[in-house]
Write a protein that binds this ligand. Structure first.
Ligand code: OFO
Length: 174
């Protein structure tokens, strides 16, 4: 049985993960429109992952006899200044998610809710990986530059990240 307070906090996290999914979907569409197919594919995968993060909490709440709420999703931005600014926004959003997960972890400990504490450890690790990935991408963009001549090379770099992710996924599937 989960406390009302923890249930409310987890439902807020559901909303944050849901928003991330729609934000990244919007970014995928923008990238696609710029002809950056690698970036579009990357953002679609991130969007799918965020939906999975949202559903994971959904299922956890049911498992502990809580009530998961489907969130209202506010409209994400549709236009982005540049590919660099887009990835800066992704990184900023991931940092926001990390801060929110950290708060949840602290609260679960205060409540002696070890089940939720244990459940949240998956997110702690996921956020560390996501932040590291976004920082690597931003470093590459800074190195390459993001003028019109550089967009092709940025897209190629992101395609390499996509290929790595696909390889890791198929290794996981065995
Ligand atoms: Fe689920 O917030 Fe990103 O990873």
């Amino acid at each position: 049985m989960i406390s009302d307070k923890m249930q409310k906090e987890l439902n807020e996290q559901i909303a944050l993960e849901g928003y991330a999914s729609f934000l990244y979907l919007s970014m995928a569409s923008w990238c696609d429109h710029q002809g950056m197919e690698g970036c579009a594919r990357f953002m679609h995968r991130q969007s799918d992952e965020e939906r999975m993060h949202m559903l994971k909490i959904f299922h956890y709440l049911s498992e502990v006899d809580g009530r998961a709420l489907a969130p209202a999703i506010k409209q994400p931005p549709q236009d982005f200044e540049s590919v660099r600014s887009l990835f800066e926004q992704v990184y900023a959003h991931e940092q926001k998610v990390t801060a929110s997960i950290n708060k949840l972890v602290t609260k679960s400990l205060k409540e002696d809710d070890h089940s939720t504490y244990n459940f949240l450890q998956w997110y702690v690790e996921e956020q560390r990986e996501e932040e590291a990935l976004m920082r690597t991408i931003l470093d590459k963009i800074k190195l390459i530059g993001d003028g019109p001549q550089s967009l092709y090379y940025i897209d190629k770099e992101i395609e390499a990240v996509n290929a790595q992710a696909a390889k890791a996924e198929s290794a996981e599937e065995g």
